[in-house]
Design a protein around this ligand. Structure first.
Ligand code: NAP
Length: 248
């Protein structure tokens, strides 16, 4: 059963990692996918070709999610290309980890702008189209770190906690127009973002997770499919963890 047949989705930051996993799963479920990236031009072109094979409809756009004007232009281009936007996944994100003692103003600002302001930028961008359609699903990628906090990640945790407040406010404001907004809080998902970590440390993390493994982009994509589809028509303003039981 294809759960997203004919729906148009914008996924930010999908040249690799979780975003790429979501883009692949969405196309497999019949969605038309517009995805963005910042610097991974080659990976983006390869993904566009992969997604477009076997009749899939997908297009990659170079667009900095932290820039308001670029986000508005992106949505205009997507609507011109695909006709509408039914689903927005605010996935683009970065880490600039360090202890607060050493954290620079630049490291704080960069994380807040790419992780949190991007959600405002893109959500503003799709609003008019979704209001007109009286329908839409917005999914924001938070983190268990946004729920719990984490030493060495004050900037990242603040940005991901900010996403939770934004998600609930958007859900409250737009529910009457049948626009839903939910957040996903992944735990430890094994991607390039985590690939740079020490293998011994990673193994210890796996051991500490009740399901005894790191998650995959597909684990997160499965929830994104559900939240984007009409199967979750009565679910809004929620944060759902995908973390193997890490946070209970
Ligand atoms: P990743 O592998 O590092 O990929 C990040 C993606 O975001 C890339 O496609 C990157 O594009 C894009 N990006 C970065 N800055 C951007 C910008 N300004 N505008 C547009 N795109 C931008 O990260 P990931 O592990 O898949 O994480 C994806 C999301 O899940 C992030 O929000 C992250 O915070 C969240 N998350 C991840 C984990 C985890 O364990 N991996 C856990 C909890 C939450 P380029 O390739 O062009 O740079």
């Amino acid at each position: 059963m294809k759960l997203l047949e004919g729906k148009v989705a914008i996924i930010t930051g999908a040249s690799r990692g979780i975003g790429k996993g979501i883009a692949e799963s969405f196309v497999a479920h019949g969605a038309k996918v517009a995805f963005t990236y910042l610097s991974s031009e080659e990976k983006a072109r390869a993904l566009e070709a992969e997604l477009s094979a076997n009749g899939g409809e997908a297009k990659g756009f170079r667009s900095d999610a932290s820039k308001f004007d670029e986000a508005q232009k992106l949505v205009e281009e997507v609507v011109a290309h695909f006709g509408t936007v039914d689903i927005l996944i605010n996935n683009a994100g970065i880490t600039r980890d360090t202890l607060l003692m050493r954290m620079s103003e630049e490291q704080w600002d960069e994380v807040m702008e790419i992780n949190l302001k991007s959600c405002f930028n893109l959500t503003k961008g799709v609003l008019r189209t979704m209001l007109k359609a009286r329908s839409g699903s917005i999914i924001n990628m938070s983190s268990v770190v946004g729920v719990k906090g984490n030493a060495g990640q004050a900037n990242y945790a603040a940005s991901k906690a900010g996403i939770l407040g934004f998600t609930k406010s958007v859900a409250a404001e737009l529910g009457s127009r049948n626009i839903r907004c939910n957040a996903i809080a992944p735990g430890f998902i094994e991607t390039e973002m985590t690939g740079a970590l020490d293998e011994k440390v990673v193994q210890e993390w796996r051991e500490a997770i009740p399901l005894k493994r790191g998650g995959s982009p597909e684990d997160v994509a499965n929830l994104a499919i559900f939240l984007a589809s009409d199967m979750s028509a009565y679910i809004t303003g929620q944060t759902i963890n995908v973390d193997g039981g890490m946070l209970m």
